[in-house]
Design a protein around this ligand. Structure first.
Ligand SMILES: N[C@@H](CCC(=O)N[C@@H](CS)C(=O)NCC(=O)O)C(=O)O
Length: 222
């Protein structure tokens, strides 16, 4: 079980978040990658509602999670941390140049081309729910997000994973797609839905998700 109290690798996360965002907080990406390679890690958990300390801001200047420290490198930004871990293990990022760059390309596509649109829908549905501007903006935001989802759907027509083998690009993309779980948007894209289900069935993902949800000490609804 890679979560281990005296592990040298430390990841930051939250010990409580509101129910709508449980299972999508980005430390999941790093937990999942570490579970895939069987690397021990421990979590440094913060209360999401309490301002982070100046000391934490030295680790993660935006005061967000995740941040990462393996005793060699202290870093932040989930995509960068995934790349760092990928560089250390070909199960996350293959060595062969063409596949490696395909994976890096899709990692950036997940972060830059898909995630902003998914986050817009999250903002509308979760953080600004009930606000007039949000209701007005929603149809346009859905349309734009669907355009991006259609591209990923097409890419997955003839392969199980974005770069061929499973890579950090899939960890990134699937954790982005999970932010739409409160909608029926993914169901309209059969290859995407199958891809997401395939990824979420991986034992490493199940372990990472279980660990993340168990860290949220307060019962849902509080
Ligand atoms: N681009 C950053 C985004 C990090 C981020 O948005 N973290 C959220 C949780 S998923 C957070 O810490 N939110 C609380 C806050 O902003 O105070 C990454 O990918 O690591």
């Amino acid at each position: 079980m890679p979560v281990c109290d005296n592990a040298a690798t430390v990841v930051s996360g939250f010990n409580n978040v509101p129910p709508p965002v449980r299972g999508v907080v980005r430390d999941l990406r790093i937990r999942w990658a570490l579970e895939e390679i069987g690397r021990d890690y421990r979590m440094e958990l913060f209360d999401a509602m309490t301002p982070r300390s100046d000391e934490y801001r030295e680790w993660q200047p935006f005061a967000q999670v995740p941040a990462f420290d393996d005793g060699e490198i202290r870093m932040f930004e989930s995509g960068a941390i995934l790349l760092y871990l990928g560089e250390q293990d070909p199960r996350l990022l293959p060595i062969a140049s063409a596949t490696r760059w395909q994976a890096i390309t899709w990692l950036f596509a997940g972060m830059n081309s898909v995630e902003p649109h998914v986050l817009q829908i999250n903002a509308i549905d979760i953080f600004h729910v009930g606000e007039e501007w949000a209701a007005q903006a929603r149809p346009g935001a859905v349309k734009l997000a669907e355009k991006k989802l259609a591209v990923v759907e097409k890419a997955l027509a003839d392969r199980d994973w974005l770069a061929g083998p499973f890579t950090i690009a899939d960890i990134l993309m699937v954790t982005v797609l999970r932010c739409l779980d409160h909608t029926d948007m993914i169901a309209a894209f059969p290859a995407l839905a199958a891809y997401k289900a395939r990824a979420e069935a991986r034992p490493a993902f199940r372990r990472a998700l279980t660990e993340q949800l168990e860290a949220y000490s307060a019962p849902a609804g509080e």
